[in-house]
Ligand binder design. Structure first.
Ligand code: ZN
Length: 200
């Protein structure tokens, strides 16, 4: 790292470098930009972060970060209690909400099972999910987990854990994205899309 930067700047850079998608090089560029745009960027960002650190908590029902507990989604009486969509992190929940296609509840696991990273069931909000399914009128659990090894391992584990309940377990279909050109797709996506084909 640049030896000429003061300790305050080095600290800023090393913290920024921990953010997803930012390595040391992008962290240095981001820090420079922040320092250059002190009033438009650095000061408001510091205030927003401090505000978030003080006010945002994880919803005790679903795990979504929000300023109130239960969160806005869990408090919304117009939503279908019978549907629980399970996601890895809140980012996936926000994507589902942007689509406007889902009007049920959510459950944020807080990660995925991973033998490689040493993540076991106790580190995720799995017991809370099982408790929720048993204790409520849920009729369907929709698994909206990534199509990765860890995502599929987690999905299989959840199916096992929910086996004793009456709930129906479904998964999001995988396949050709809207506007997707077959030429650009990887083999795995084409295989999944072919398997999930249906009469039209
Ligand atoms: Zn909630």
């Amino acid at each position: 790292m640049a030896a000429s930067a003061g300790p305050e700047i080095e600290r800023l850079i090393s913290l920024l470098a921990k953010l997803p998608g930012l390595g040391p090089r992008s962290a240095r560029r981001a820090a420079l930009q922040l320092l250059k745009k002190r009033d438009q960027l650095l000061v408001p960002l510091a205030a927003a972060m401090s505000d978030a650190a003080e006010k945002v908590v994880a919803c005790s029902v679903c795990g979504t970060p929000d300023t109130r507990d239960p969160c806005a989604i869990c408090s919304d009486t117009a939503r279908d209690d019978g549907l629980i969509c399970v996601v890895e992190e809140a980012g996936a929940l926000w994507a589902m909400e942007r689509s406007g296609a889902f009007r049920g509840r959510y459950h944020v696991l807080g990660g995925l099972l991973s033998a490689l990273d040493g993540v076991g069931p106790d580190q995720l909000r799995i017991a809370e999910l099982v408790g929720r399914v048993k204790g409520t009128s849920a009729r369907e659990v929709v698994l909206a987990l990534p199509a990765t090894v860890d995502g599929q391992t987690t999905a299989h584990y959840l199916v096992e854990r929910l086996a004793g309940t009456d709930v129906e377990i479904t998964s999001l279909a995988r396949g050709v994205p809207v506007g997707g050109d077959l030429d650009w797709l990887d083999d795995g996506t084409i295989v999944q899309a072919l398997r999930a084909r249906r009469p039209t």
